[in-house]
Write a protein that binds this ligand. Structure first.
Ligand code: SF4
Length: 233
């Protein structure tokens, strides 16, 4: 029997990236050892077997939330691309595709997982900015975009000018090797418990203007609508 480590399954209106505003079902995997210091889902880090669900249970929850109206699933985490998740993740995606779901995966930008990326419809690939204290390989990003660019976006959470400049440096490096358009989305950081960071948003918008408008600047809409600490929305 296929089993998965699942933190939560919920329906929400996409709050960030180029698909912002589209209602979909989120499947959040449990387990991540990447260690972003500003992670806002640290409760997903433990590979705790108490979060085990069967594939049938997961699909049933998705179908109930879908009501045959929402045929779109985003797989997130945690780190759904951790090697221990891959066999069950592949089974889940195959089942979703067999039932005509559009499947997006949120990738931390630390791995290219061919057996997963070949199956999904869209990949949101993170560039980890310096404030996360996790490094994204720019060479790996180029390799990823050469193969999967037509169905990808790059997403970076920006806390300050240093994060913006680091993102621009990698953008510049990648653009020197890949001429086709790939959306890069900058999300100004909005921490749980924090008041809406208007100044940070304005700073990111102004930096983007001063650097020649290379990026789309997209906030996390669900945090505006429900507050930065609310989960499952
Ligand atoms: S990859 Fe995602 S879940 Fe893992 S530490 Fe980073 S932000 Fe948190």
């Amino acid at each position: 029997m296929t089993t998965l480590l699942i933190n939560s399954i919920y329906r929400a209106t996409e709050g960030e990236g180029i698909h912002i505003g589209i209602p979909q079902i989120f499947v959040r995997f449990q387990g991540c050892n990447i260690g972003c210091v500003n992670c806002d889902t640290k409760d997903t880090w433990d590979f705790d077997p108490a979060f085990t669900q069967s594939l049938d249970e997961v699909m049933e929850k998705i179908e109930v939330l879908s009501q045959n109206l929402i045929k779109r699933v985003s797989i997130t985490g945690g780190d759904p691309l951790h090697p221990s998740h891959i066999p069950s993740l592949v089974e889940l995606i195959k089942e979703l595709k067999a039932r005509n779901y559009f499947v997006n995966i949120e990738a931390a930008g630390t791995r290219i997982v061919k057996e997963v990326f070949d199956l999904v419809d869209f990949i949101s690939y993170d560039f980890k900015t310096p404030s996360t204290q996790v490094r994204t390989s720019k060479e790996l990003m180029v390799k990823f975009l050469l193969e999967y660019g037509p169905k990808a976006q790059i997403k970076a959470v920006v806390a300050d000018k240093k994060d913006f400049e680091a993102t621009y440096d990698v953008f510049h490096f990648v653009r020197g090797q890949i001429s086709s358009y790939i959306p890069w989305c900058l999300t100004p950081c909005y921490e749980p418990g924090e008041a809406f960071p208007m100044n940070r948003f304005q700073q990111v918008i102004q930096l983007n203007e001063s650097f020649g408008l290379p990026f789309r600047v997209i906030g996390q809409q669900h945090k505006w609508a429900y507050g930065p600490s609310e989960r499952l929305v």
